[in-house]
Design a protein around this ligand. Structure first.
Ligand SMILES: C[S@@+](CC[C@H](N)C(=O)[O-])C[C@H]1O[C@@H](n2cnc3c(N)ncnc32)[C@H](O)[C@@H]1O
Length: 318
């Protein structure tokens, strides 16, 4: 039943990446910022024996499902319905200080994609919703009702890397579809023959448009930027932050932020400084995680979603 909600990716690699942090900061809690179906959280509580796990998700359905699944862990687990951009405020409200580890497994869960009524997928027909947090914010249909062609072109190009952004945006604005099927049809009909030949049977013609709209509706890149800004500072010494990304925009942002944090500050120019006194970086990328980690052959076989997953880990050194 839990695998039907969501089959988590890179669970062994997440455990390997976070285990040293639990040893370095014994007794401190772990935060799973994207509870989803609770698969990673269960491994962190069970396999890694985290003393306490605080779970966040912006989707009330995930909070409900994961809370039931993790109930056997009693008061070692608690859940909060919140976006991870507010992690610092959530921890302050709970009276929690530095934490041993933080995990974010980005993007949508299989449950969100598979439930037709959530409006994320072109595989069935439903109102065009696409909100992870069903309690707030405009739906995708509401966005498409008012956006102009120029802004939509930019959105499809930047968030979907859609080569036919211009013609697809014009076709969408001409009909302003309100359902998943209507949107998929408009995109399919608007796509150039050249582009259609290029993608062949690899992906559905509407894949990139749906991805771009989903990222926009959920402000996914803004959420990630704020999270990457705040989360490293919430770690205890020796604490670790693990982020699983699924597309190049997320991965680029994570890689750059981690690299910047792991770089030592420049020493003052012209002053003679002994090597031992040179400024040290406050964070480092642990051995074995320099390039990030991807799924091995067995997982690739068992879980197609793992194909695009990459795990990056950062450690607070001082
Ligand atoms: C890939 S799933 C996580 C699956 C989970 N690791 C598991 O083991 O089942 C992503 C989850 O993150 C949530 N999510 C995505 N962006 C979020 C954000 N900015 N704040 C909080 N939750 C978010 C989604 O609602 C979804 O439930």
């Amino acid at each position: 039943m839990s695998a039907a909600y969501h089959l988590p990716v890179l669970v062994d690699e997440v455990c390997e990446g976070l285990a040293p942090a639990l040893r370095a900061a014994p007794g401190l809690p772990v935060v799973d910022c994207t509870l989803g179906g609770g698969g990673h959280a269960e491994a962190i509580l069970g396999r890694l024996e985290a003393p306490r796990l605080l779970g966040l998700d912006r989707d009330p359905a995930a909070i409900e499902f994961a809370s039931q699944r993790l109930a056997p862990f009693g008061d070692r687990f608690c859940a909060t319905h919140a976006p991870f951009s507010t992690l610092a405020e959530v921890l302050a409200d709970l009276g929690v200080g530095p934490v041993a580890a933080i995990l974010a497994d980005l993007g949508v869960s299989s449950h969100q994609l598979d439930r037709r009524e959530r409006g994320f997928s072109f595989m069935g027909d439903a109102p065009l919703d696409m909100r992870m947090d069903t309690t707030r914010g405009p739906t995708a249909a509401e966005v498409l009702a008012t956006i102009d062609a120029k802004a939509l072109t930019r959105l499809l190009r930047e968030l979907g890397e859609e080569p036919d952004a211009d013609r697809i945006a014009k076709a969408i604005v001409a009909t302003r579809p309100t359902t998943t099927r209507a949107l998929a049809e408009v995109v399919e009909n608007a796509m150039s023959a050249r582009q259609r030949r290029q993608i062949g049977k690899r992906i559905h013609p509407a894949t990139r448009t749906f991805q771009a709209l989903r990222i926009h509706v959920n402000r996914e890149l803004e959420e990630l930027d704020r999270f990457l800004e705040d989360a490293p500072e919430l770690l205890a010494i020796g604490g670790r932050l693990a982020v699983i990304t699924f597309h190049s925009l997320e991965d680029r942002a994570t890689k750059r932020r981690f690299a910047a944090l792991a770089r030592a500050p420049e020493p003052p120019r012209g002053l003679p400084i002994a090597a031992a006194d040179l400024p040290q970086a406050r964070f480092r990328i642990p051995e074995g995680f320099r390039q990030g980690r991807t799924a091995g052959p067995a997982e690739l076989d068992a879980n197609p979603r793992s194909r695009s997953a990459r795990l990056r880990v950062l450690e607070r050194a001082a």
